[in-house]
Design a protein around this ligand. Structure first.
Ligand SMILES: Nc1ncnc2c1ncn2[C@@H]1O[C@H](COP(=O)(O)OP(=O)(O)OP(=O)(O)O)[C@@H](O)[C@H]1O
Length: 323
């Protein structure tokens, strides 16, 4: 740390998720006491407040912003940090915690803070849909409708998500879309269209199993209308990273996507609903956010590193083995 004081701003959403956050401020204080840190802790009071607190902290020279909450809170904080030198630390305390799970950040608060103290920084992509930033997924159709229902709930947590998903399914009608995907045009009636920067919605529901948050591209997943008989396989494949094998699913990698639907309506960004035009332009902003992660983040990288180690092992030993 070279004797340099690190300015840390912790932002806690008191209403996210279902777990208690009573002990978190003390835990953050203890972590900062061990380092050379100047700490300030704030609690959010309304939607959008986390972005305001982050902007203010960065203007005052904060080096690290610790987000305590779920994807909505992380989104509000991270979008105010884009292209700044500040680094994001995440203590997952939401209902889905999609970005934290994608980055292999521990779900346990103490372990997440230990990880932040180690300070390994990765730089990730984000995406923009009609100017609005997201880090995990944005979507129209069924997932957007569920996010709107969930936002109206007083209780949070994964059980409330499941309840809303089932209720919405009973009345939901698929819609026709025109999709411009890089240079390709697709016209289809779909149950949902999801644009993924990360591979999952949250809660390890992998809507785009091959998405890579550092590859400068997004993964488009189109789910065609299906019958009740398709629900069980789709659900199993969603949670086992195999949804792209289902015949009702089409996946494409792209840098630019435009979604055109018949009327304006709801879309979701990282699970938060907002109203959007009938035309939605989505693009990637590569390498735009610094975030603290474990040293090896992507599975692809893990495999790559493993092969690297094996190759190095044989490179070093083969000359001696065959001597
Ligand atoms: N004091 C507050 N009162 C009401 N809403 C708040 C307050 N502070 C923040 N919010 C809003 O709470 C919403 C939900 O927060 P968040 O997304 O972090 O939790 P979650 O929905 O339970 O988790 P996840 O997004 O991981 O599923 C966000 O839209 C945020 O803007």
């Amino acid at each position: 740390m070279d004797g340099k004081i690190i300015k840390v701003q912790a932002i806690i959403n008191p209403i996210s998720g279902v777990g208690s956050k009573r002990k978190i401020p003390k835990m953050i204080e203890q972590m900062c006491e061990k380092g050379n840190c100047l700490l300030d802790i704030s609690f959010t009071e309304y939607r959008g407040h986390a972005s305001e607190l982050t902007k203010k902290a960065i203007d005052e020279g904060a080096n690290c912003i610790i987000a305590v909450g779920g994807d909505g809170t992380v989104n509000e904080i991270a979008r105010a940090m884009l292209h700044s030198d500040a680094v994001l630390g995440i203590v997952p305390k939401g209902s889905g915690n999609g970005l934290a799970r994608e980055l292999h950040i521990p779900m346990d608060a103490k372990r997440a803070l230990d990880l932040i103290a180690k300070g390994h920084i990765s730089t990730i992509d984000c995406c923009r849909a009609n100017g609005q930033v997201f880090f995990c997924t944005c979507g129209v159709g069924f997932d957007a409708a569920v996010s709107q229902k969930f936002a109206e709930e007083r209780r949070r947590g994964s059980l409330t998500y499941i309840k809303n998903t089932v209720e919405e399914y009973l009345s939901y009608k698929p819609e026709p879309y025109e999709l411009l995907v890089d240079n390709q045009t697709i016209k289809e009636k779909a149950f949902l269209v999801a644009c993924a920067n990360a591979s999952q919605y949250g809660n390890n529901a992998f809507i785009a199993p091959h998405a890579n948050i550092q590859d400068g591209r997004m993964d488009l997943t189109i789910l065609s209308p299906f019958t009740p008989l398709d629900i069980a396989p789709l659900a199993i494949q969603l949670f086992t990273k195999q949804i792209d094998r289902n015949s009702k699913i089409k996946t494409l990698k792209a840098q630019q996507v435009t979604i055109i639907r018949q009327e304006p309506g709801v879309m979701h960004l990282d699970g938060e609903p907002i109203m959007a035009d009938s035309r939605i332009d989505i693009s990637v902003i590569p390498q735009s956010l610094h975030v603290i992660t474990p040293e090896v983040v992507s599975f692809t990288k893990e495999v790559h590193n493993l092969f690297g180690e094996v190759t190095r092992f044989f490179d070093k030993r083969l000359p001696y083995i065959f001597r």
